[in-house]
Design a protein around this ligand. Structure first.
Ligand code: NAD
Ligand code: DAU
Length: 356
């Protein structure tokens, strides 16, 4: 039996990882550790919350004592660490929170795992600390050089407070391997999309705005490029790498699926319109060009050939199918969306866009 802590399991990607592990590995004990910030939502896990191999613990990853005690109580052999502040725009307004959670929180997780595992007779044997990171640590690629991709050896060059905090956390994880021999793995993934994503991020925000015929704030000229991966494919990669990945390695995860923001926005508009029985393209006039994000990275694109060659992972979904499933899910789960977009979040959203 394996006892695994998944941090940030009430968030977007974490909830898909928890669901996959709970359903696929009934012999494991899956402990979802989440502080339930604005981004954490236990409604994301309703379908598995009563499973006997699942439990939820409300805790802050920065609370070293609580995490260390939990590791001892639960005899934890594995950590899959996703908990983080994840939204670039918020990091521009409030960098301290990002440093606290993403840097100090990761350090607290590492130190708790180190002290617990080093206290055991078998030490690090059979243990694993898997840190989920982002392609944003590599900085930005050039638009006019499509052959350039982020590889596992691309130099770190983060630009936003978010990516700087994630880069710092990646360095701490690798330092724990190099200094103490902790069996760590780091993966850097591209933009995820799919069900249960908090509607501050481009795709769910725009789906909801189109439904309600609200303006769609496109930053700058909409020329920036992102590499989009369906979230369940990311969760499958995490499962594979957690079990088969080589200790101390880094794997890049991406969809080989680059889109200019303005083009993906048009696909989303057409899909929402069609599924709502509106005339396709009817809502294109909701597009509103607004002041660009400060330090906005031009292009991200991941080379995930290492993961394919070494472990046989590939994205399973074509983008057309993924976006259709995603839009359909948000339209069919309006209550999930309304529970988030009413109340405090609505106020935050309005203040965020007031000055743009
Ligand atoms: P999210 O914002 O949807 O979820 C983050 C979760 O972490 C929430 O449930 C929140 O409550 C929890 N959390 C935040 N601070 C915490 C704390 N101090 N203690 C305990 N829990 C805390 O994020 P996401 O988009 O699911 O991203 C998950 C991870 O994947 C992050 O580490 C992010 O950097 C990384 N990542 C995200 C993407 C993406 O496209 N979303 C791509 C690559 C990597
Ligand atoms: O690349 C991986 C990263 O992808 C993750 O590490 C982050 O956690 C995740 O949030 C995401 O970061 P982005 O900044 O790329 O995602 P976001 O959805 O915020 O924005 C996608 C693109 O759309 C980006 O170029 C900014 C633009 N955008 C975004 C919003 C919210 C707009 O034009 N308008 C908007 O309102």
């Amino acid at each position: 039996m394996k006892s695994i802590i998944i941090t940030g399991g009430a968030g977007f990607i974490g909830s898909h990882v928890v669901r996959l592990f709970v359903n696929k590995y009934p012999e494991y004990r899956i402990i979802n550790v989440d502080k339930l910030t604005y981004a954490g939502n236990l409604a994301n896990l309703k379908d598995i919350e009563d499973k006997p191999n699942y439990c939820f613990v409300k805790a802050d990853i920065c609370d070293f004592d609580a995490i260390y005690a939990l590791m001892q109580e639960e005899h934890v052999d594995g950590v899959i660490h996703l908990a983080a502040e994840s939204h670039v725009d918020r990091s521009i307004k409030d960098p301290f929170t990002f440093a606290r959670t993403n840097v100090m929180g990761t350090l607290s997780m590492l130190q708790a795992a180190k002290l617990y595992w080093e206290s055991l007779p078998e030490k690090y044997e059979g243990k694993r600390f898997y840190h989920i990171s982002t392609d944003e640590v590599y900085g930005a690629l050039r638009l006019d050089h499509p052959e350039e991709l982020f590889t596992e050896t691309t130099k770190y060059q983060p630009h936003s407070p978010y990516s700087a905090s994630k880069a710092s956390s990646d360095h701490f994880v690798r330092a724990f391997h190099d200094t103490y021999g902790m069996p760590t793995i780091v993966t850097n993934c591209s933009n995820n999309y799919g069900p249960y994503q908090f509607p501050e991020k481009l795709i769910p925000l725009f789906i909801n705005n189109i439904r309600h015929r609200k303006p769609l704030p496109v930053y700058g000229k909409g020329e920036n490029v992102r590499d989009w991966l369906f979230v369940e494919d990311h969760a499958r990669a995490i499962d594979l790498i957690f079990h088969k990945g080589k200790v101390a390695e880094t794997y890049n995860i991406g969809g080989f699926n680059e889109w200019k923001n303005i083009d993906i926005i048009k696909v989303v508009i057409n899909t929402v319109d069609r599924l709502l029985g509106r005339k396709e393209g009817e809502d294109l006039d909701l597009i509103t060009f607004v002041t660009d994000r400060a330090g906005h990275d031009l292009r991200y694109a991941i080379d995930s050939r290492k993961l394919k060659t070494e472990l046989g992972w590939e994205p399973s979904l074509q983008f057309e199918e993924g976006i259709e499933r995603t839009v359909r899910w948000y339209l069919e789960n309006q209550e999930w969306m309304d529970n988030i977009t009413s109340g405090e979040y609505e106020k935050y959203y309005e203040s965020m866009y007031a000055n743009r």
